[in-house]
Design a protein around this ligand. Structure first.
Ligand SMILES: C[S@@+](CC[C@H](N)C(=O)[O-])C[C@H]1O[C@@H](n2cnc3c(N)ncnc32)[C@H](O)[C@@H]1O
Ligand SMILES: O=C(O)C(=O)C[C@]1(C(=O)O)C=C[C@@H](O)C=C1
Length: 247
């Protein structure tokens, strides 16, 4: 597959039937553009990952990036840390994503220990890790599967390890939620998406991306065993949380 990246125009023409959103070849081909124009603060979240790693990661520790897509988090870490500072495993269920992430790492950071596994993160046999990144992935799992996964990740973390959980969120208050969603649509319009694209993408994501409230995310983390979790980033209906395992 080519490593070229295209502008996201998937929902730009009227579709008779909008199919359920999936991470297929068409999405892979424009994913960097799609996520940058669709997730408020995406670049800032990536930039902060390496600063968090510098503070919390033991030298040479293992890092998981679950639902790694094209490996943007891994590239951000490799861009800021020395090759012996960490070992990285990206995991993605989409064959097209995993294949391209693998290619990107061998092209862009051949001196770093970067692996990509094509697997379902719900059934993976986890190795001990110092840091686990779940960037906009938990939201795509059926809600009933989320607590069990977080518990397994807590168990896989070494003492003092951290989990970074970034998600699209929903507000419990209907009026607050409506305001955030409307401003999010303004954000998308300002990034060049038309009303048609916004509306068809919304339909495609229905029952595929099921957001939790920020409170529910903290609750899930606590249930999983984490004694402490902190919201370190929020921009409209997108947020990132860090959860700490006891040292
Ligand atoms: C929004 S993308 C993640 C973006 C990526 N973390 C980043 O920062 O660029 C969600 C990814 O999760 C993957 N995914 C969804 N369900 C999965 C599962 N059960 N196991 C592994 N990967 C999964 C999808 O294939 C997709 O690539
Ligand atoms: O476009 C949207 O409405 C989104 O929710 C953005 C979002 C996400 O949050 O994961 C949805 C699908 C793509 O993976 C990229 C970004």
């Amino acid at each position: 597959m080519s490593n070229a990246s295209y502008r996201d125009a998937i929902f730009s023409t009227p579709l008779d039937r909008v199919a359920r959103f999936s991470f297929d070849e068409q999405v892979v081909a424009c994913f960097p553009d799609m996520i940058r124009r669709s997730v408020p603060g995406y670049g800032q979240i990536l930039g902060m990952l390496s600063l968090i790693a510098q503070r919390h990661l033991r030298h040479g520790a293992h890092v998981y990036d679950l639902g790694c897509s094209l490996g943007a988090s891994g590239l951000a870490l490799a861009g800021a840390l020395e090759p012996d500072a960490f070992r990285y495993t990206g995991v993605d269920l989409s064959p097209a994503m995993a294949e391209r992430a693998r290619q990107t790492f061998s092209d862009e950071c051949p001196d770093y220990a970067m692996r990509v596994e094509e697997a379902d993160i719900r059934v993976l046999d986890y190795s001990p890790s110092g840091m686990i990144i779940l960037n906009f992935t938990l939201q795509f799992l059926p809600p009933a599967d989320r607590d069990a996964l977080l518990k397994r990740l807590y168990d896989a973390l070494e003492p003092g390890g951290v989990l970074i959980l970034s998600e699209k969120t929903i507000d419990a208050d209907e009026q607050d939620n409506a305001w955030r969603v409307e401003r999010y649509h303004d954000f998308k319009r300002a990034n060049g998406y038309s009303d048609l694209e916004i509306s068809q993408k919304r339909t495609a994501l229905e029952n595929v991306l099921i957001p939790d409230t920020l409170d529910a995310l903290h609750e899930r983390l606590q249930q999983a065993g984490f004694p402490r979790s902190v919201t370190w980033f929020q921009y409209l209906n997108f947020a990132s949380v860090i959860a700490f395992k006891e040292a």
